[in-house]
Ligand binder design. Structure first.
Ligand SMILES: [Zn+2]
Length: 597
């Protein structure tokens, strides 16, 4: 897999983890032993390599266990993940590494000898150490580790057990008038419909059911969480607050924001306030439009003169469908968005802006985890091969529906010393590597970096996951056609990929998307705007059969439909943000002990 020479069979994960663990131990021993200036100068680079080694196994196996269809491979990946994760926890409670880094950073000759990247990485790592409470006395440090594990555990449970208090509601099917009759029929037995209060049918009902009382009941049930879930949430928030306190922060929000662009909860709240204020006139206008629709609605029996929470989706749906019918069916756009055409368009866009191209490359046997995964090599006009992208774009049973970008390996400069170590590894009789260059990056792609004196670099290796609808088998003659939303998603994820591709640094802690997470969305947001720009559409949007170009005005119509209720959408996000800030403030610390739940 991924040309990683260890991963040719499930047992390879164990071997990969073991070999990497040996390299880590050697490196840790070396760092702990430094006592001269020359030694201290190496600390930032060595610790960066240490976290690269950990990430090589942790990121990759975390990815594999979530996407690989084979159970045995999933389990092997999970084991490798746990092994490395445990080791990382041990490192986090080994004070020596932090002490050596602090010492190194405090010697002016050492600090001044460091490159900007090394100084930045040193600061990032010092911050990480402070968040792991490594300086605490033994008993408190143990408490910190225990609570961290609890939080991770209860957090996973919370995500997995998401459910409303009342999972189903029963209605006479006549109450569901307005909803898609096909769906209603599927849910109906003996004249009574059983509507699940979470998921697609509930959303559909809120958008389409004419009877306001029915919508109200579904809305309330949908928004009322199971009690056990509330307990889990309270436990998690309480423990997060405690963790932050142990690490010397006022609240979890203070701790989590300290290395983001926003920096403090105060900055976040004032941003949200300003956004809400700026957005308010738009929301008022949008709500007025919905209320007008409601007033003119012949179906509304009890004509109250206000818009209720359970009216919003319904009248929004009505508003949208009237726009869509005026703008012709949006699906017709997809004839201009065959996957191949869109990929070619992305490549052209990247070439004009950044001088790089996406070149499809046939994967080797076993290199990918599913037959429909495609490999793209990123080629720079001047520097040659600079990155590898695996695209896993279509829906599949058991695959996460959330589009995402994963970094499987970051950019990093490989030192001569590592090459010597790799040469020993590859010269062993039973070695799985043909050359030292292959061994030094486990078989993954490397290249000489012309911008850095031709030094050898490990190349960013990226996976993009989407859940595009598979073309119906009856359309086997037709290429995969994307909806406008799917095109927009692909551009978004490619924005993250681009960040990883262009952010090729010598140290991996500052490579690509390894930056403040609130900054990481910026390239993707820009890319989404590019997708609809007439200049960019001209590069790719062509009819798959006739090759006719797409009239950009039709995309504009579609974008306007998407933006019709944007004020309300922004307000919803602002509210979630404010709630999140409140949840992660110091408030949970004031809950009396034992009161949780
Ligand atoms: Zn994103």
């Amino acid at each position: 897999m991924f040309q990683n020479r260890y991963l040719t069979r499930p047992e390879g994960f164990q071997e990969f983890a073991d070999v990497t663990l040996q390299k880590c131990r050697k490196l840790v021993a070396a760092v702990l032993g430094y006592s001269t200036q020359e030694g201290y100068k190496r600390v930032a680079r060595d610790l960066d390599r240490l976290s690269d080694l950990l990430c090589r196994v942790i990121d990759l196996s975390d990815f594999v266990r979530s996407v690989h269809p084979d159970r045995r491979v999933q389990m092997a990946a999970t084991q490798a993940y746990s092994l490395m994760f445990e080791y990382m926890n041990v490192l986090n409670t080994t004070p020596g590494l932090e002490a050596q880094l602090k010492k190194a950073a405090s010697i002016p000759e050492v600090w001044d000898s460091w490159s900007e990247e090394e100084q930045t990485v040193a600061n990032i790592l010092l911050k990480d150490f402070s968040k792991s409470a490594i300086e605490l006395p033994d008993d408190k440090r143990q408490a910190f580790v225990d609570i961290s594990n609890d939080v991770a555990q209860v957090g996973t449970e919370f995500v997995e057990a998401m459910a409303p208090e009342t999972p189903f509601l029963r209605f006479a099917s006549s109450k569901l008038k307005g909803m898609d009759p096909l769906v209603v029929r599927q849910l109906t037995k003996w004249g009574t419909a059983n509507i699940p209060t979470a998921g697609m049918p509930a959303m559909l009902a809120l958008r389409t059911v004419e009877d306001a009382d029915t919508r109200r009941e579904i809305y309330m049930a949908n928004r009322t969480s199971a009690r056990d879930q509330i307990k889990r949430l309270e436990q998690m928030l309480g423990q997060r607050a405690e963790l932050a306190k142990l690490a010397g922060y006022e609240s979890h929000a203070h701790m989590a924001l300290s290395d983001k662009m926003a920096k403090t909860p105060e900055a976040v709240v004032s941003f949200l306030d300003a956004l809400a204020q700026d957005n308010a006139p738009r929301v008022t206008e949008e709500m007025r439009d919905l209320l007008d629709l409601k007033r003119g609605d012949a179906h509304g029996k009890q004509m109250s003169d206000e818009l209720n929470a359970w009216d919003k989706d319904y009248y929004t749906g009505r508003l949208m469908s009237s726009m869509v019918s005026r703008a012709r069916t949006p699906d017709q756009l997809s004839a201009y968005f065959s996957l191949g055409t869109v990929m070619q368009g992305l490549s052209r866009l990247f070439n004009r802006l950044y001088g790089i191209r996406l070149v499809p490359r046939e994967p080797l046997p076993g290199e990918t985890w599913n037959p429909d995964v495609r490999r793209l090599d990123v080629i720079d006009d001047h520097e040659g091969h600079i990155a590898v992208i695996y695209c896993d774009l279509f829906e599949r049973a058991g695959k996460s529906p959330n589009p995402a970008h994963f970094t499987l390996r970051c950019s990093r400069k490989i030192s001569d010393e590592e090459m010597r170590e790799a040469a020993t590894l590859s010269s062993e009789k039973s070695s799985i590597f043909a050359t030292a260059q292959e061994a030094v990056n486990d078989g993954l792609a490397t290249n000489n970096n012309r911008r850095d004196g031709n030094a050898l670099y490990q190349l960013p290796t990226i996976a993009l996951i989407c859940d595009f609808a598979l073309p119906a088998p009856s359309y086997s003659q037709r290429p995969a056609l994307l909806s406008y939303r799917e095109v927009s998603t692909l551009f978004h994820e490619m924005g993250h990929a681009l960040h990883s591709i262009c952010g090729r640094t010598a140290l991996q802690n500052v490579a690509g998307t390894r930056c403040a997470t609130d900054f990481a969305e910026l390239p993707s947001v820009l890319m989404e705007s590019f997708a609809a720009a007439p200049e960019v559409l001209a590069l790719y949007a062509r009819h798959w059969e006739t090759d006719a170009p797409l009239d950009p005005a039709r995309v504009q119509e579609r974008v306007e439909i998407d933006r019709r209720m944007q004020g309300a959408e922004i307000e919803g996000q602002v509210l979630l943000g404010m709630l999140d800030q409140r949840y992660h403030s110091s408030v949970p610390l004031q809950w009396p002990a034992g009161s949780v739940g």
